[in-house]
Design a protein around this ligand. Structure first.
Ligand SMILES: Nc1nc(=O)c2c([nH]1)NC[C@@H]1CN(c3ccc(C(=O)N[C@@H](CCC(=O)O)C(=O)O)cc3)CN21
Ligand SMILES: CC(C)C(=O)C(=O)O
Ligand SMILES: [Mg+2]
Length: 266
């Protein structure tokens, strides 16, 4: 079984680890067989499962339902569940909604934001709930950003992100997710904090990698982000099994073969 201490050891030893989003039992079982290190019940389910155009409509009840479905069918992975949009705006909401997700089967809850989360992060840690703080492109703030764009490119924005990372780690965050930030910034953050850092569109130097499951199976309509790779279909256009795609992802991340330069932002 993968625990937070497993991931901490991975970081210490330089062993790269995997995370995939997962929303249901059948895929959770296949990820178990493929020994995917960690699973994220992402609020991206609002887009890939529910058909919304952002993650904003997702509720705590939705997240708890999918977390329970996944947790029942996977023994190997560390299970991380997203706290959805505005479900942790007050300390009281953060506590109550984290309880719901932890009792649904999560091992860690994930929140989007920076240093402003420090009080919530430390309160949860004291209450027995480890947290993962998501920095960079935080999709719940799409209406603030005005789109899904690379973050932390300007010098001041990069410095602020590094400060946020250090502050939440200091407050007791167990993990970080860095989404769509320049690879050099992700490397600096990963070296600056003792906790494991999971990247998506953040280059090869983070401790772990995460992708939305549907994306890495080539299931995406419209524009495909730069960081996505289809692990189901090979160069000769032949498809492997879904479990085979999960295994290939696990192998390539462990071996440092994914992500490549073409998947990262400068
Ligand atoms: N299927 C899916 N995959 C995801 O990775 C994902 C979701 N849904 N939903 C929630 C968020 C939204 N995400 C996104 C969506 C689009 C881009 C995108 O188009 N990125 C551009 C960068 C544009 C720029 O240069 O600023 C790219 O080229 O990759 C990135 C992340 C990541 N998350
Ligand atoms: C893209 C990942 C990191 C996420 O937060 C999600 O799938 O909701
Ligand atoms: Mg999310």
């Amino acid at each position: 079984m993968t625990t937070l201490s497993t991931l901490n050891n991975f970081k210490k030893n330089g062993t790269k680890f995997t995370c995939l989003t997962c929303y249901d039992a059948m895929f959770a079982r296949m990820m178990d067989n493929a020994e995917i290190d960690s699973i994220l019940i992402g609020d991206s389910l609002g887009m890939v499962v529910q058909g919304h155009s952002s993650t904003v409509p997702v509720t705590v009840a939705d997240m708890a339902y999918h977390t329970a479905n996944v947790a029942r069918s996977n023994q190997h992975a560390l299970i991380i569940a997203d706290l959805p949009f505005m479900s942790y705006s007050t300390l009281e909401d953060a506590i109550n909604n984290s309880r719901t997700l932890m009792q649904a089967g999560a091992h860690v809850v994930k929140l989007e934001g920076g240093a402003a989360l420090c009080n919530i992060v430390s309160t949860l840690a004291k209450a027995g709930t480890p947290s993962c703080v998501h920095l960079g492109l935080t999709p719940q703030s799409v209406n603030v950003f005005g789109g899904y764009k690379v973050q932390g490119r300007a010098e001041d924005a990069a410095a602020l992100l590094l400060q946020d990372a250090k502050a939440v780690a200091e407050a007791g965050a167990a993990l970080l997710v860095l989404e769509c930030v320049p690879a050099a910034l992700a490397k600096a953050v990963t070296e600056a904090v003792a906790i494991p850092v999971i990247g998506i569109g953040a280059g090869a130097d983070t401790d772990g990698q995460v992708l939305v499951m549907h994306d890495m199976l080539g299931l995406r309509h419209g524009r495909v982000p730069r960081f996505v790779h289809d692990f189901l279909t090979d160069d000769n256009n032949r498809e492997r099994s879904i479990e085979g795609a999960f295994r290939l992802y696990q192998e390539q991340v462990r071996a440092g073969e994914f992500p490549r330069a073409e998947h990262q932002f400068d």
